[in-house]
Design a protein around this ligand. Sequence first.
Ligand SMILES: [Zn+2]
Length: 368
Amino acid sequence: MGMMKALGGLIFVAFAVAFTYYNLQPGEVRFYNVSVKLPMFLLVFISAGLGFTLPVIYYQLKERILISREEKLYRLLNLFWRDYLGKAFEILRKFLTVEEFLPFYIRTKKEFGESLDVQLDLYSKGIAETALAELTFRHDLEEAKILLENALGKNYKNQRARKLLRSVYMIYGEYEKAENLQREVLKEVEKERKAKEERVLASILAEKYMKEKDEIILKELWNLPISKTSGALLSSMVGGGEVFEAAYTLGILPEVIKIMEEKNFLTPELLNLIENYRHAIPDEVMYYVYLKLNMKEKIGELNINLEELRRVIEKGGEFLEFVRIWECEECGKEYTEYNSVCRNCLGVNTYRIKRGERSDNRPFEKTG
Ligand SMILES: [Zn+2]
């Protein structure tokens, strides 16, 4: 390799010497009244040299700017994740022209208790509206709805906004709109999340069916993967046994049965089916089932773990409708009755039956 380099260098020097020898004659360069006479070879060398040097300087400067920006970004993320929000905020201000940074910015502002006002018209991708909606929906759902509709108006390819707005529509009971949005979500969903989003569609359609009783909806429901809501609806129909088995496999059978109880889908015939899966259903849920079917003699055999429910039963069932038997597995919020969407985090299909919590039950103890 060294030899090749030396040879290349030698050829280059030989060429330069020969080029100089043949181009010693003067060349004239003029600008206005000034004129300079220089040997031709020198003029060629100078112009070729400048042609190389200027782009190199230009790209090096550009790279230096990029590196300093990258360092700033790294510093920003580092401060943010180590929770030095004040320092992070100072750097964030420099990135405010980039819409993708706005969610960080307003989150930090919220942390400082500052107003979340930002100039939304500066941004065009709908990220700003989506981020604001995520921060405001808990105390102003109507405002969040407007923000999300605006976000989708600016850039319809915004899965985050679609999913949030779909949940908001579900809370308002606007199932047609929720359904249309969810179909858009499914068109572009990444394959890892497809089944989850199909279950969301199943819940929307089940809710819609319960409201409108349109048979066409049912046809599609039978072909979708089941959700807790659609599972409860389909279980109460002919062929429901299959749905029970599917719900059992998915580990959502207790929820499905409790929803059936709440929606008045339970019948004495269904009880046989339920008893087949008795081992998978907590006593808390069975309590509601027996109560609904007026089988008070069965209730004595139950061993209720949920402290809140136990206390209400001991007092003769007074305030039963206030027992928070549901909890959201995403945000932990507790509820007294089932809903497909959690108002506290906008998660869909996230409610589950609360775990038993009796103090004399150690958490890791196996009960068989
Ligand atoms: Zn939640």
